[in-house]
Ligand binder design. Structure first.
Ligand SMILES: Cc1cc2nc3c(=O)[nH]c(=O)nc-3n(C[C@H](O)[C@H](O)[C@H](O)COP(=O)(O)OP(=O)(O)OC[C@H]3O[C@@H](n4cnc5c(N)ncnc54)[C@H](O)[C@@H]3O)c2cc1C
Length: 167
């Protein structure tokens, strides 16, 4: 069975929470037709509390927008307290906790943990899909075929498929 949940999940009291970064968004309607001239502006200065301002109207310049107002979204980077753990924070302490949770998971040999939360690694979509396909080919498919063989289901299916004239 594949599992993609967080290591600590609702059992964080066991070995402590795995530190992650999350995002908070604040929206505002401003009284100008164009606030920043671009869809995303990054703010890297320490004294600025938000990391980005998004102005969605610039994503679709071909569409008609409000002539006097614009909608902006300020993006804040914050420590996750278990809610929306978006970005795992690599640290020696997290590695230590992760090893303890990995030990707990040995009690579930039939569950294949993976993905962003299961591996506690930030993945883009392409890497996530690649890893899922790899896990299917190397682990899930062979295990499912072995189960079918054990139950004899594969044999009876191929017999009935032969009766129907199938391949
Ligand atoms: C803010 C942000 C922006 C991103 N932008 C991009 C981008 O522009 N391009 C890109 O390629 N990638 C982007 N990514 C990365 C992309 O979202 C991930 O790679 C992808 O979603 C990972 O898929 P996943 O299935 O491993 O994890 P998730 O998508 O997190 O899925 C895990 C699922 O497990 C569920 N779950 C958790 N705990 C349990 C439990 N105990 N029991 C049952 N279910 C549970 C969750 O609800 C969730 O549905 C972004 C990620 C974030 C956080």
């Amino acid at each position: 069975m594949p599992g993609g949940g967080a290591h600590d999940g609702d059992r964080a009291e066991l070995h402590g929470r795995l530190d992650c970064r999350t995002l908070r968004f604040e929206t505002e309607v401003v009284d100008v037709p164009d606030y920043q001239g671009t869809s995303v502006m990054n703010y890297t200065e320490r004294e600025v509390p938000f990391t980005r301002i998004h102005e969605p109207r610039h994503l679709h310049p071909e569409r008609e927008s409000h002539p006097e107002k614009s909608f902006i979204v300020r993006e804040y980077s914050e420590t996750s307290r278990g809610d929306s753990p978006y970005y795992p924070i690599p640290s020696a302490e997290n590695d230590r906790r992760l090893a303890l949770y990995a030990k707990e998971r040995e009690a579930f040999p039939n569950v294949l943990f993976g993905g962003r939360l299961g591996d506690f690694k930030y993945y883009d979509m392409d890497v996530t899909i690649d890893r899922a396909m790899d896990a299917y080919a190397k682990t899930i498919k062979p295990a499912a075929l072995a189960l079918l063989r054990e139950s004899g289901a594969g044999k009876s299916r191929s017999k009935s498929s032969r009766r129907r004239g199938g391949a």
